[in-house]
Design a binder for this molecule. Sequence first.
Ligand SMILES: [Fe+2]
Length: 321
Amino acid sequence: MIDPVLEQTGRYLKLLEELDLRLVKVIDTHIHADHVSAMGRLRDATRCVTVMGEQSPADFVSMRVGDNEKIGIEGLSLTALHTPGHTSESYSFLMNDRVFTGDTLLIRGTGRTDFQNGDPYDQYHSLFDRLLKLPEQTLVFPAHDYKGDTVTTIGEEKAHNPRLQVGSAEEYAELMNSLNLPNPKMMDVAVPENLRLGLRMDAQARVRAHPAEDILMNWPATEFRLVDLREESERRRDGVIPGSLHMPYDKFAAFCGASGELRQVAERKPVVLYCAVGERSTLAVEIAVEAGITNVGHMPGGFRYWKTVGGPVEFYGPSIN
Ligand SMILES: [Fe+2]
């Protein structure tokens, strides 16, 4: 799910149930100023992974992606495109014949560039050097449309979007800087809320916590087994804690199954789970305990915090993105 809205959470959950779908990832294209994101609520309800671009100022996001990195979802693949301009951390996501453009490219419009580190020159390049270079028949799904339209194409927007009928970045900036739009009504509420949707350290610490500092005091860890929940791409990109096992979060329920690997490991030694920032590991502890595996805890703050307290890191292979 991309750019879900808090007030619609009930509708999303009902639809997931009706269609018998499991929500595995929620992506916000940027920090929204006009609505509060449903990302946090959906994570709490479904234990999905929250995703944003690496430039996002949000405090805790389960998984961050950089420009041109891939996001895998059960056989589907989305490519993250950093398309700043509306905000400095705006991303678009390309999937085969379609692109999800957030507020960068709208239907017959483009996202305003006058707050949240917006920049019309950046946006011009995001539009003309990236999105508009996609094949003309590419379907475009923006974050929203206040008129009720849902989809357009790159070709249609090139021909009919009034904001795109400019000859240079300067001309585009002049156009954007002359809009004089009022601030969104929700802005003062939505922006601060959207910056802190994550499961923060205090909440993470309430769930069977093994602080990184404690682990390092008795390093190398022989009393328990560290298990990494991150995806292969994150491990290759950021490195791993030496000696840890790998059980990716998207298959975590299977690892907790009757003959699952986590169950087997936990029978021999206590297990300490970790992920990127501690969100997935908090949720995974709940999943393990519900499956009857009680010998499991996690490391609050995840790999990010581990690095800040000087924990050892090992790199083991070339990046796969
Ligand atoms: Fe926006």
